[in-house]
Design a protein around this ligand. Structure first.
Ligand code: ADP
Ligand code: MG
Length: 458
């Protein structure tokens, strides 16, 4: 079989699975030949090979057959592990930091890495549909950072709060420092700014720049924090560019998509979108239950006397839906309350012990509720709010509803736009800004907002 057929297969695949997925998963593969109906496909890393095998093998086979090949089997191979184990162990930041003082190495100072939580590893990260892509991308980076054959740079991870961004970032950092001997700086955007300001103050900018540019991998958590902070933004951008240009891996997280972060410069925004942008969706019931089961097991190791029946885990997974941190907190509290009492953990016990958390979870405000209340207040129907009409009598209440949706739920701008009759996220952003301005200038709007907020919270 010739390369030409592989490229025909690639064209077909690209159309089928989309440009982005193609670029990320298929483009790095090379065709390794065919013998007796078995086609070998080479992947740059084991992870990528296994992922493609699991998710795209059938598509690849289909397209090979379409191209007229009588293929019975695909075999995926990867070469990197072998190559890596042959390399001498490279030095890590930690070893450099520990080198004896006299040897004034440029790296003698420890890297300003934030503390990594020992429990935030890939082993403890439960994978489900909502976080599958993010997890895959994180694994990919952890395995192949700095390998130019894989287009994953920068990796931009985003999601609402408590859905596992920091956990994945730490997992990547652990893997890279511990098992791959890479020099990694992981910090929050806030810490980045702090370091930067400190360096300015102590006139130590050169050292600052050198330190950041000397790493193999830079990871910045919660990057939305630099929005509106112009000189920090600028410095971040230069650091970022310098590293990317050298083929160093950069990993960024934020609480929203690059396009939605207000107050950052256009050129930075667009560079953030260059690599791979993936989001973690809110956990579904299965994932919530899976996480609870895995955490319950960890608790059992420490408190073997506390038994938490499956039905209690299911109860929690059903009730607490929007934030995994809260879900975990609920379980921890159950265990710590039940352990000294020796009480069996029942659903009733959980109800009592978690009353406040459950109440807060019950009171989650939905977009429908907001539309209903706003509609009632202004004498409109929901269909008016989501419909196309743009007269002021409808447009203003619609903006109010969008504003409340942004302020009172964890929905993203695109989510809100979709719910309001498929509007663009920029329309929502405009509404939010408009109402914010009016709230300051127009007492009637301020009163309306206050009233509606109280209605929705009650
Ligand atoms: P974020 O940074 O997105 O706000 P975190 O990474 O801090 O969220 O996650 C919040 C908590 O939920 C952490 O304790 C984390 O370990 C846990 N968590 C989130 N997702 C998962 C998962 N898929 N498996 C196991 N634990 C998870
Ligand atoms: Mg976080």
């Amino acid at each position: 079989m010739s390369e030409a057929i592989w490229s025909e297969v690639c064209n077909g695949l690209e159309r089928e699975i989309g440009k982005e997925a193609f670029r990320h998963w298929i483009a790095p593969l090379t065709f390794g030949g065919e013998r007796g109906g078995v086609v070998e496909i080479q992947a740059p890393t084991r992870f990528l090979g296994q992922w493609v095998e699991r998710h795209y093998a059938r598509d690849i086979l289909t397209h090979l057959r379409k191209a007229g090949r009588n293929v019975s089997e695909l075999r995926f191979t990867w070469t990197r592990e072998r190559a890596e184990s042959a390399l001498p162990a490279s030095s890590t930041g930690r070893e450099d930091a520990a080198s004896p003082a006299g040897t004034a190495s440029r790296y003698a100072r420890p890297l300003p890495t934030a503390t990594l939580k020992p429990q935030f590893t890939f082993e403890t990260f439960v994978v489900g549909k909502p976080n599958m892509m993010a997890h895959a991308a994180a694994r990919q980076v952890a395995e192949a950072a700095g390998d130019n054959s894989v287009v994953c740079n920068p990796l931009f991870l985003y999601s609402g709060v408590g859905l596992g961004k920091t956990h994945l970032m730490h997992a990547i950092a652990w893997e890279l420092t511990r098992n791959r001997g890479k020099r990694v700086i992981y910090l929050s955007a806030e810490q980045f700014m702090y370091r930067f300001v400190q360096a300015l103050r102590s006139r130590d900018m050169l050292a600052f720049k050198e330190m950041f540019r000397s790493v193999d991998v830079l990871m910045v958590d919660d990057v939305q924090f630099i929005a509106g902070k112009d000189s920090t933004q600028e410095e971040f951008f230069h650091t970022f560019n310098a590293l990317i240009d050298q083929g160093k891996q950069v990993v960024i997280s934020a609480d929203r998509a690059p396009g939605e972060i207000d107050g950052i410069e256009e050129r930075i925004r667009s560079r953030l979108q260059w690599g791979l942008v993936v989001d973690i969706h809110p956990a579904d019931f299965e994932l919530r239950l899976g996480i609870l089961q895995s955490k319950a097991e960890a608790h059992r190791a420490r408190n073997p006397e506390v038994k938490i029946p499956e039905e209690v885990l299911e109860f929690l997974a059903r009730k607490i839906t929007d934030n995994i941190r809260v879900l975990e907190g609920a379980l921890t509290r159950l265990v710590s309350f039940a352990a000294p009492l020796g009480t069996p953990v029942t659903i009733d016990f959980a109800r009592q012990c978690l009353a406040d958390i459950l109440r807060a979870a019950d009171h989650k405000i939905t977009l429908e509720e907001i539309m209903r209340k706003v509609g009632e207040h202004y004498g409109l129907r929901i269909s008016d709010l989501v419909g196309p009409r743009r007269s002021r009598a409808i447009a203003r209440p619609r903006q109010v509803a969008m504003y409340l949706a942004k302020a009172m739920t964890s929905k993203s701008l695109p989510d809100i736009g979709r719910a309001f009759g498929g509007r663009d996220h920029t329309t929502v952003l405009h509404a939010v800004r408009r109402i914010e301005a009016l709230r300051a200038a127009d007492a009637r709007i301020a009163d309306d907002l206050e009233y509606l907020r109280r209605q929705l919270e009650s």
